[in-house]
Design a protein around this ligand. Structure first.
Ligand code: IVH
Length: 703
């Protein structure tokens, strides 16, 4: 062997070993460490080398078979006909080539295709004898699979017996149905949340979760995982009235036997039909309740399918048209910390630029400190980044085996990277926050808007556009600066006439006469709502005593527990906050001690926000959150809504604008239906938030 050839041979062995290792992680352990796209690359490289050097193909090469041998834990079953895989296409050119080959081989001008989504789950075969489910198996290596009959029987969408409309005469003596077992995205999120609570292993994606759940030795665990099944074809059949003409009729038949069949299937003609379908499904992808990774095209006539036959591992009559990969690996260069409008600190991964999900990504969220620990992320690691649709890119996993020796752990900063105030993480919360409050530039606008709101200092006309303008141009920094605004300075602002400037100055002046409870509420101390502010005012009777109170003293106030007490003490413990309070007193704010906030009705309560953003779908609107949302906690959803000026209430009434409902939502959901309140799911909420953000920035750009 020439030196070059032996080098190639060595490289091929390396590729085989790597593919084997990843196969085991994927199929056997259900915990892959590289994205599918990276795996495909390794596989393609090996295939190409084998094509160029066929003499170097070894019988144990992973290209010579599908998947891996079945686990020893389950009995093995031989498939009557092999369960093969599909050839992949990534470009329109590859799809055109497929259609051309089909037409040429069949000698036809136009081919009809049955088209379907490509489920991202795991392939399953179900065998029915005289209408009774007798065995169910995974694909295994394509020839021999694992017998997981007991586990499959726990999946409610799998019929245990077949009922044929004609009363029984048409039941096939034998029928092998093939399809995909998967976990819905919402069930996946719920499972991971439960796993986290129990301190158990979380799953990287719904497919791994489905695989891990199906391959449990204890079927009771599988039964609890809410797996789904969708049929996409048959393996073999004897007797019965099984259609012999087209694939689409076969699926209709399976559907009539009560097998779940994907709703989005269709028949189309020619390449144009294939590509149009692909684009349509690609647009639907985010809304589908399950993960898909492409579309599948199958020549519809079964007779043609037979004629076309198979090449090594895949049929010639079918093609998987894959979406661009949503996961890729890259290097984590550093971790920055961003401060949101509510003071929450979010660690953000700085990445070596990587192309994923159709865009170049340089940053990805790491969510919070616990997530970093759970995923064991260190600076310098190679990480898997996921970018799905419009969702913010995130780091989903770390390749620990390639961790450099100088990788550094992440430490949550003790001081706010924006204003330098101390940061705190309260017991029971996942988020770390800046205590800078009124002082922190990142939180300034929010703090000022809250300060001016109707139920706080009630400065009518100070809407979010004006506050944006005043803060962005460094005209004001804190709420105290509002009282130093001159008429001339305000009137000189864009679009601000002398009259409206005069009105606002009047409003500001008027707000100086207030009551203590309102003033406390206006400071925007975390966890201090109107009721708590009222209790604090009543209990302490004056501001100084409140400001000096320690955590223990604070807890003597009714309804003030350790979390709220910490939050208050933390706020007044910051020198900056005390300074702002002193400035507010210095500009002449005065209050009648110990009185409560008069209750104003809601419409008036949100008037100031509406004045600033009359058309906004969020600002000033009342939201109620209920049930478990698929990707975020209710706390996160609340923050997002509040950051855009919306309010979150605890119960549904006629005044509620939206009910955001996750899974397991009960009476609030019913109430919303009863009152005709708009219902949103998490994705719709995100779209609403994004739309409002876009509105905001475009109007800002205009002014
Ligand atoms: S038909 C000869 N239809 O894709 C193989 N497969 O690479 C015929 N898959 O693991 C398969 N959705 O489980 C077919 N609508 C669909 C599919 C589908 C997902 C999976 C299948 C297999 C892989 C094939």
């Amino acid at each position: 062997m020439s030196e070059r050839l032996s080098e190639i041979s060595r490289h091929m062995q390396e590729l085989r070993d790597a593919i084997e290792l990843h196969n085991i992680r994927y199929y056997e352990l259900d915990t892959p460490t590289i994205p599918d796209a990276d795996f495909d690359k390794l596989f393609r490289e090996l295939e190409e080398l084998e094509q160029r050097h066929p003499q170097l193909i070894t019988p144990d090469s992973p290209t010579q078979r599908v998947g891996i041998p079945p686990l020893k834990a389950f009995p093995r079953v031989a498939h009557r006909t092999p369960m093969l895989s599909l050839s992949n296409a990534f470009t329109e050119g590859e799809v055109e080539a497929f259609d051309r080959r089909v037409r040429q081989s069949l000698g036809i001008d136009h081919a009809e295709y049955a088209v379907e989504p490509k489920f991202d789950g795991l392939a399953i075969s179900l065998c029915y004898e005289n209408g009774t489910l007798v065995s169910g198996a995974t694909r295994g290596d394509g020839y021999i699979g694992e017998d997981v009959t007991l586990n499959l029987k726990t999946i409610r969408s799998i019929p245990l017996g077949l009922k044929v409309a004609d009363g029984g005469a048409g039941v096939p003596a034998f029928l092998e149905v093939r399809g995909e077992v998967l976990m819905l995205k919402a069930d996946f999120e719920r499972l991971n949340r439960q796993q986290r609570e129990k301190n158990e292993k979380t799953f990287i994606n719904p497919r791994n979760a489905a695989a891990g759940s199906l391959r449990q030795l204890d079927p009771r665990i599988t039964a609890n995982r809410n797996l789904r099944f969708f049929a996409y074809g048959i393996g073999a059949c004897e007797g019965g009235n099984v259609p012999q003409d087209t694939h689409s009729h076969l699926l209709d038949y399976l559907s009539s036997l009560r097998f779940p069949v994907m709703r989005e299937r269709r028949t189309v003609t020619g390449v144009a039909g294939l590509l149009e379908y692909h684009h349509e499904i690609s647009g639907l992808r985010e809304q589908l309740p399950y993960d898909i990774d492409g579309t599948v095209y199958k020549v519809n006539q079964l007779e043609y399918q037979e004629k076309l036959g198979f090449v090594s591992r895949a049929p010639r009559f079918a093609l998987a048209h894959k979406f661009p990969a949503q996961e890729a690996t890259t290097e984590l260069l550093g971790i920055d910390v961003q401060v949101g409008r509510t003071g929450a600190l979010t660690p953000v991964a700085r990445l070596k630029p990587v192309f994923v999900g159709g865009a170049t990504v340089t940053n990805a969220t790491l969510h919070n400190e616990d997530e970093i620990r759970r995923k064991d992320v260190m600076i310098g690691d190679r990480v898997t980044v996921r970018r799905a649709g419009d969702v913010i890119p995130e780091v989903v996993a770390v390749q620990k085996e390639s961790r450099p020796s100088d990788a550094k752990p992440f430490v949550m900063p003790r001081h706010c990277p924006v204003c330098g105030s101390r940061t705190v993480r309260l017991p029971g919360e996942t988020l770390t926050r800046c205590t800078g409050g009124l002082f922190c530039p990142a939180q300034r606008k929010q703090a000022i808007l809250h300060f001016a709101s109707r139920r706080a200092m009630n400065i009518h006309g100070l809407g979010d556009k004006l506050v944006d303008h005043l803060v962005d141009n460094a005209i004001i920094r804190t709420p105290a600066d509002l009282y130093k605004l001159g008429l001339a300075a305000l009137a000189a602002l864009d679009r601000m006439g002398e009259k409206s400037a005069g009105n606002i100055i009047n409003e500001i002046e008027k707000s100086k006469d207030t009551i203590l409870a309102r003033f406390i509420y206006s400071l925007g101390i975390r966890n201090v709502g109107e009721a708590t502010a009222r209790d604090l005012a009543r209990h302490f009777g004056g501001l100084d005593r409140l400001m000096e109170a320690d955590v223990e003293t604070l807890q003597q106030v009714s309804d003030v527990g350790p979390v709220v007490a910490q939050s208050i003490a933390g706020f007044f413990g910051e020198r900056h906050n005390r300074e702002v309070v002193e400035q507010l007193r210095a500009v002449g704010i005065r209050w009648k001690e110990d009185a409560g906030i008069q209750t104003a009705d809601h419409a008036a309560g949100s008037a100031h926000l509406e004045a600033g953003a009359a058309s906004s779908k969020i600002a000033g609107r009342i939201f109620v959150l209920t049930g478990t949302l698929p990707t975020m906690s209710r706390e996160e959803a609340r923050e997002k809504i509040e950051a855009m000026g919306g309010k979150v209430a605890g119960s549904v009434s006629k005044k509620t604008d939206y009910v955001v409902a996750g899974s397991d939502s009960g009476s609030k959901y019913d109430k919303a239906l009863e009152l005709g309140v708009a219902l949103l799911d998490e994705a719709e909420l995100m779209r609403l938030l994004q739309a409002s953000q876009a509105d905001d920035s475009s109007t800002q750009a205009d002014s």
